[in-house]
Design a protein around this ligand. Structure first.
Ligand code: CTP
Length: 418
């Protein structure tokens, strides 16, 4: 028997009016079709922790697609269905995107495969999930609206700040859950319980059979949390690094690098300058033997254009523009001439390797990222120039002058570059 708790008042208080109404309508519509609908997963967990989250994952005892079609008819919007999983995503006219999934038992053909699916009940659906804190539901059925469904003591684990798997083969079936576990530890300041941690260590080698793409999509989320150093330290302490990168420097060197990287990032974020998401790659790069780097391993984790550019830029600094070559007499403008198109993350990463240089990367990045350009393409057109590739060159000249002579006006700069 699941432990019950009534959450409708809390839902009303914490959720936006529209989110609350939507949940209510979904429950009601499911009722009229003889189905039962439950809010599950991260949003339930976050509601209990008073954290804002309106990513609605709904599990239906019944047919998710049929329910979505009825909701569409009544409320409008759009739906996208996945026949194979009897799942639909409903985009409500207000912009909310809601996943409506048919309750299912997932089973795996072999470890680390994507799950196959059979329709089932909410209890079985929840049991197949990653951690107890993510395996709670809230009933949307009208008469029991707001009842917490907690078969596996998720609420107790939440109050004890515990990350706990539901069954022993959890990490074997889906090794990416180990990385998810670290992410939740990090985000909530929770800890895996002893058994979960032991299972994580035992199953770590299964990470080798997971596609780099799946690992990548969990790793970036772990390393894009507020304090990636904690995440990195945990990857170390659980012995996961050998299964993520084969060629590595020793842990101590890597730790120095990623701690340095984090500090540099902090000193920029304090000034309102934020690296983009691809910066997670830089944490991974802390392990790369910089004297004889093998980029291909890290490259296999780079999926987005931004990540590929970041890696390319780091490569370029190392081979073509080592910061150690910069002399103290060079002005910010001169430095900008060389590094203007190098990603912020790439400069931070390189300097985290602590290849000695007199050049203060943070100072340069601060000046560059904060530069409010006084001259733009429009100004060049106004003085009668025809747009073309030379604009790029002129605008870079303008930036260089502005960095060296912050007091110059637009006219001063134009007079210099034309
Ligand atoms: N899930 C799982 N195993 C995975 C991925 C997801 O069991 N490898 C389940 C979890 O129960 C999770 C739900 O699917 O709560 C939704 O996944 P996701 O949106 O990735 O996780 P959230 O918990 O919502 O994480 P976040 O708050 O970061 O979005």
């Amino acid at each position: 028997v699941p432990l019950k708790r009534q959450l409708s008042d809390q839902m009303k208080k914490q959720l936006s009016g529209i989110a609350f109404e939507l949940l209510y309508s979904i429950g009601k519509e499911a009722d009229t079709l003889g189905m039962r609908a439950y809010l599950i997963g991260g949003m339930v967990r976050d509601l209990l922790m008073n954290r804002k989250n309106e990513d609605m994952d709904i599990v239906i005892e019944g047919d998710g697609i049929l329910l979505a079609e009825h909701l569409l008819e009544k409320h409008g919007g759009q739906i996208r269905s996945h026949e194979e999983f009897r799942t639909a995503t409903w985009k409500h006219p207000s912009g909310f995107k809601i996943d409506l999934t048919s309750a299912r038992t997932e089973y795996y053909d072999f470890p680390a495969a994507l799950p196959k699916v059979e329709l089932s009940t909410i209890k079985e659906d929840l049991y197949r999930r990653d951690f107890t804190i993510n395996a709670m539901g809230i009933c949307l059925h009208q008469e029991e609206f707001g009842d917490l469904i907690d078969y596996f003591y998720g609420y107790e684990d939440l109050t004890h700040q515990r990350i706990k798997v539901l069954y022993n083969l959890s990490f074997v079936e889906d090794p990416t859950r180990i990385l998810r576990g670290l992410r939740f530890e990090n985000r909530f300041n929770f800890q895996m319980d002893e058994q979960t941690e032991a299972l994580a260590k035992e199953s770590a080698n299964n990470l080798l059979s997971v596609s780099k793409q799946r690992i990548s999509s969990e790793l970036w989320r772990l390393l894009f949390e507020e304090n990636p150093v904690l995440g990195m330290n945990r990857l170390e302490s659980l012995g996961l690094m050998p299964f993520l990168l084969k060629k590595r420097v020793d842990s101590e060197t890597a730790q120095k690098r990623y701690t340095r990287l984090h500090h540099s990032i902090l000193s920029l974020t304090k000034q309102g300058i934020y690296p983009d998401r691809s910066i997670w790659i830089s944490y991974l790069l802390s392990y790369i033997p910089i004297e004889e780097p093998d980029w291909s391993e890290v490259e296999s984790y780079c999926l987005s254009k931004q990540e590929i550019k970041l890696l390319g830029d780091i490569h370029q600094i190392i081979h073509e523009k080592p910061l150690s070559k910069i002399s103290p007499s060079q002005s910010l403008g001169d430095i900008h001439e060389q590094y203007s198109d190098i990603e912020l993350g790439a400069l931070l990463t390189y300097s985290s390797f602590c290849v000695s240089s007199d050049f203060d990367v943070i100072e340069y990045l601060h000046a560059r990222e904060r530069l409010v350009r006084k001259v733009n393409g429009g100004d060049l057109k106004k003085v009668g120039l025809k747009p073309g590739p030379h604009f790029r060159h002129l605008l870079l000249e303008a930036e260089k002058i502005q960095l060296n002579y912050p007091e110059y006006t637009k006219e001063d700069i134009l007079a210099k570059i034309l």
